[in-house]
Design a binder for this molecule. Structure first.
Ligand code: SAM
Length: 265
């Protein structure tokens, strides 16, 4: 973290851009602060390094269980939680989905708007907390796409309950708790919707630096794999495909899964 703090580029370095407009001028608004590489979709553009727009295979995994009859995700209304820089949004849209994405990090949301404009996306990017959105907005979705977000929430069971209120089908990629990976997290037993779960709580250390892409709140709670699946089942997602498990992921065990209510696949 200290290394990144030292290397942090200033936010909004210039008030005026004097070059001719280009994709690069737009991406340079957050120069040095991007996670995603853009050069495979916009050749020559310099942004971040992670190939989230093309090589990242998580959006395509959705097709294994939830493809439309017409192919891809044609005609499906997808709610994406925590889009970060819109890379998965771009992929979901290319698969045919009509995406609404909710992002709480203001800088990440502005980056999503840059991506939207530069790649001419139809997706809507909303600024705010997605749990509040799920609980307050009446909209329903054919699918909720929750990649990299559940373990960043202070109350993940509440989020799963809120998701169940708006959709019958979810795709989740998440880390799950493991004592070896997270020895300093604090186990707290909670009761949610008549179910006892253990929240493994950790406080974030530095949330202000440019490469903080974690939760919107000061602390987050991680579930074990067992509690995650039990919580999904409790809220009606009793049908399940685990697509991939990476027990040796450098940040702790992770898995991707599709889950749905009976008859909804
Ligand atoms: C680790 S990143 C994952 C980004 C992307 N979905 C992926 O899988 O690569 C977590 C993202 O979720 C956002 N986020 C976390 N908690 C949120 C919340 N309660 N409401 C909205 N966005 C949230 C963060 O700001 C960040 O952009």
């Amino acid at each position: 973290v200290r290394r990144w703090l030292r290397r942090d580029q200033p936010l909004l370095p210039a008030k005026f851009e004097t070059r001719a407009p280009s994709h690069q001028t737009a991406f340079d608004v957050f120069k040095g602060r991007w996670a995603s590489g853009l050069s495979r979709v916009l050749p020559g553009v310099v942004a971040g390094e992670d190939d989230l727009f093309v090589a990242d295979g998580r959006p395509a995994r959705v097709l294994e269980r939830f493809a439309s009859r017409e192919g891809g995700l044609a005609g499906q209304r997808v709610l994406e939680l925590g889009p970060l820089e819109g890379a998965h949004t771009y992929q979901l849209e290319r698969l045919g989905a009509a995406v609404t994405a909710v992002e709480a990090n203001v800088e990440a949301w502005l980056k999503c708007l840059i991506v939207k404009e530069q790649l001419q996306l139809r997706a809507r990017f909303l600024l705010g907390d997605f749990v509040a959105h799920l609980e307050q907005a009446p909209d329903g979705y054919d699918l909720i796409f929750a990649s990299g977000v559940l373990y960043h929430l202070p109350d993940p069971a509440r989020a799963i309950a809120a998701m169940a209120g708006r959709t019958d089908r979810v795709f989740i990629w998440t880390h799950v708790h493991d004592d070896r990976a997270w020895p300093r997290s604090k186990p707290i037993v909670v009761e949610r919707d008549g179910q006892r779960l253990t929240y493994h709580v950790r406080a974030y250390r530095e949330r202000g630096y440019s490469r903080f892409w974690g939760g919107a709140h000061a602390a987050a709670a991680m579930l074990t794999r067992e509690d995650l699946l039990a919580c999904l089942a409790r809220h009606g997602f009793t049908e399940l495909d685990v697509h991939e498990e990476t027990p040796d992921h450098p940040h702790g065990p992770a898995l991707s899964l599709s889950a749905w209510k009976p008859g909804a696949a």
